[in-house]
Structure formats: structure tokens, C-alpha cells
Design a protein around this ligand. Structure first.
Ligand code: GLY
Length: 354
């Protein structure tokens, strides 16, 4: 088992290894003097893992309740959030009690936002069960729900008290959901780790799970320690996301987040080489790696459909946007540019990968 300590506004440990769901109770009881616990999970994960986690926590003499919601992004909404915090209140949870978020990114965001706001903050343990949640969303304290106007528009920075990445959960993960997480893994390599990229080039989908998750979490720790509230270097984590979010929206979320990020990384790499910001070799190597995982990279939209959407990007500040651009194989940098310059810059990538 690997343990990585995050030193944000709250210091906490991220454990990575096998069998961690079975020992979750011991971790919870050694960290908190909780009398009650609510496990928040979706209907898919409930069937697979909730009983084991519940037993492990109940064995420590803690009363365990379970809140199960229908799986999928549409549950990350105000109605489910209000229902969940009412459930916490009806279960009579106090501030010394604990919420366990058991599942993927939707569960972590929803339960995390409930933990941030119920009683103005209650103990939170993240037990991510998808690759994407292990390498990215469970660490760093971003919590949110979606509003009709867009994704993650209502949320809080609220660091968890503990993260348990039980790699056994990946064994039951459907292949398409595993692949979504692979896009984020490739992203970490592209933003600052050539060694990780070389490992992925060699191993492809058969990569060393412990090494890859530990490497990504260590990188995320460094980013979050340096910029917890997303004002500077944390924006590096948006590599491929600006174009990716446009594809998600244009497809009405028919293209999953990971696939859209993979397309977004191909677009930005192509634009970077056309603008002379990286070599053709760098761009080709990134694209070959993404393809070798089985991602389809053609998005199917025209520049007329694509370009106006950048104006509504959440990461825009006034009339400028901070672009994350690969400058070599395993290194990306932030560049602030006007929306108009960004549209010119991104155009070649959008057209190449149409
Ligand atoms: N998932 C991007 C971030 O945590 O900042």
C-alpha cells in the first residue's frame, strides 16, 4: 500500500492499494470519534461494494446508514443534493460523525458538497471506485452539483479527511468507464511526467495500476499544495478540457468526459504544433499514445458549431482564457490569451480532428 499526504488547508492521507474497503472501518474509527456514518453511493456501486464497507464500519461499533441514488450525471443536481442533506438531518448526524462517498466522480462531487455544507462541514472520507475518481476527482477538494445552466456551477472547495483508493474496485469496472479514466492518466503524463508517458506507451491498457495511480495522485498533491483554490498552476489540470467541454456540450453529454478530454488533447496538440509551440514529433507522439488506448479522436463538429462555445467556458476570465498547451513530450504550460486569439489558435486543431 502507498500513502501520499496532501498538505492543503486540511492535511490528509490518500492510501492506494488492494483490500482497503475491507479495512475502511478501522481507518474511520482511528480518525474520528464518530457514532454514526452515512455511506453515499449510487445503485450500481451499492450492489458491488456497499455491504462490505458497511460491515467494516459497523464492526467498529458505528451506526451505519446508506443513501443510494440512481447512477449518472443527472443525479448530480439540486434535487438529489437537498434530498441527501435532508437524509443526513433525519439520520441525526452531528459534526463528529462521518460521510463516506463510495463511488465515482458523481458520488464524490455530490457527497463532498453535502459534507461541505451540512452543519457547515462534517467529516468526509472518499472511497473512489473508478480510475478517474482515484487519479483525479477524489483528491483536491473540488465538490459540486450541476445547475440547468451548466456543470459544476454550484460547489465548494472542501478537502476530504481521508481518501482510500482500493484498486480491487477496478477489477469490476466496465471497460468504457476504465477508458474514461485513462484519458485523465494520459493528461497527467502530458502535463508534467515523460516517464509516466513512456510507461503508458510501452504498456498501453496493461499499465501498472499502483504505479500509475500513485504517480497521478503525487502530481495532483503537488498541484493542490501549490494552488488549492485554482487561481494558478491548478489550471494545468485542465489540459484537453476546454475543447473537451465543448464536445461534451455539443453532444449533449453523449460523448463521455474522458473521451471528450482525449479529443481535446489531440486538438490542442495539433494547434500547438501548428503555432510552433511544440514540435510535430511531440504532437504526433501524444496523438499516437491516445489512439493506442483505443480512443476515437474525430469529434464531427464544424468550426461554426465549435468556436462560439469557447465564449461560455467556465474558466474564462473577462475576455481572456488560460490555455494549457503541451510544449514538449511530458511538459505543458499555461498561456493567457484573448478569446479571439484562442479561437484562431485552436482552429487548426478543431479542423484537423473534425
Ligand atoms: N479535476 C481538476 C481539479 O481538481 O482541479
Amino acid at each position: 500500500m502507498n500513502t501520499i499526504t496532501v498538505n492543503a488547508s486540511r492535511a490528509y492521507e490518500v492510501r492506494i492499494g488492494s483490500g482497503l474497503m475491507d479495512t475502511a472501518g478501522k481507518e474511520v474509527s482511528s480518525l474520528f470519534s464518530a457514532e454514526k456514518c452515512v455511506i453515499v453511493t449510487d445503485d450500481n456501486v451499492d450492489k458491488l461494494y456497499a455491504e462490505a464497507v458497511k460491515k467494516s464500519i459497523a464492526d467498529e461499533g458505528i451506526e451505519v446508514f446508506k443513501y443510494v441514488f440512481p447512477h449518472g450525471e443527472s443525479s448530480k443536481c439540486a434535487a438529489t443534493y437537498v434530498d441527501l442533506i435532508n437524509f443526513l438531518a433525519e439520520s441525526d448526524l452531528s459534526r463528529s460523525d462521518v460521510i463516506v462517498a463510495l463511488g465515482g466522480g458523481v458520488t464524490g462531487d455530490l457527497a463532498g458538497f453535502a459534507a461541505a455544507t451540512y452543519l457547515r462541514g462534517i467529516n468526509l472520507v472518499q472511497i473512489p471506485t473508478t480510475l478517474l475518481a482515484m487519479v483525479d476527482s477524489s483528491v483536491g477538494g473540488k465538490t459540486a452539483i450541476d445547475l440547468p445552466r451548466g456543470k459544476n456551477l454550484c460547489g465548494a472547495f472542501y478537502q476530504p479527511h481521508l481518501v482510500l483508493c482500493d484498486t480491487d474496485a477496478l477489477k469490476t469496472l466496465p471497460a468504457d468507464i476504465f477508458l474514461d479514466g485513462c484519458a485523465e492518466v494520459i493528461k497527467y503524463g502530458c502535463l508534467g511526467n515523460a516517464e509516466l508517458l513512456e510507461h503508458l506507451e510501452k504498456q498501453r491498457l496493461d499499465f501498472d495500476v499502483d504505479y500509475v495511480i500513485s504517480t497521478c495522485v503525487s502530481m495532483k498533491r503537488d498541484v493542490v499544495n501549490g494552488d488549492e483554490f485554482d487561481r494558478g498552476m491548478r489550471q494545468l489540470l485542465n489540459l484537453g478540457h476546454t475543447a473537451g467541454h465543448v464536445i461534451e456540450k455539443l453532444s449533449n453529454f453523449g460523448v463521455s468526459h474522458g473521451r471528450a478530454v482525449a479529443m481535446g488533447m489531440a486538438i490542442i496538440s495539433e494547434s500547438a504544433q501548428n503555432a510552433g509551440m511544440c514540435t510535430k514529433d511531440t504532437s504526433d507522439r501524444i496523438v499516437e499514445l491516445i489512439k493506442s488506448f483505443g480512443f476515437t479522436l474525430n469529434h464531427g463538429y464544424t468550426k461554426e458549431e465549435f468556436l462560439p462555445r469557447f465564449v461560455s467556458d467556465k474558466k474564462r476570465t473577462g475576455s481572456s482564457i488560460t490555455a494549457v498547451i503541451p510544449v514538449s513530450f511530458g511538459k505543458s504550460k499555461l498561456f493567457k490569451m484573448t478569446i479571439e486569439d484562442f479561437k484562431q489558435f485552436i482552429l487548426t486543431g478543431v479542423e484537423t480532428w473534425k
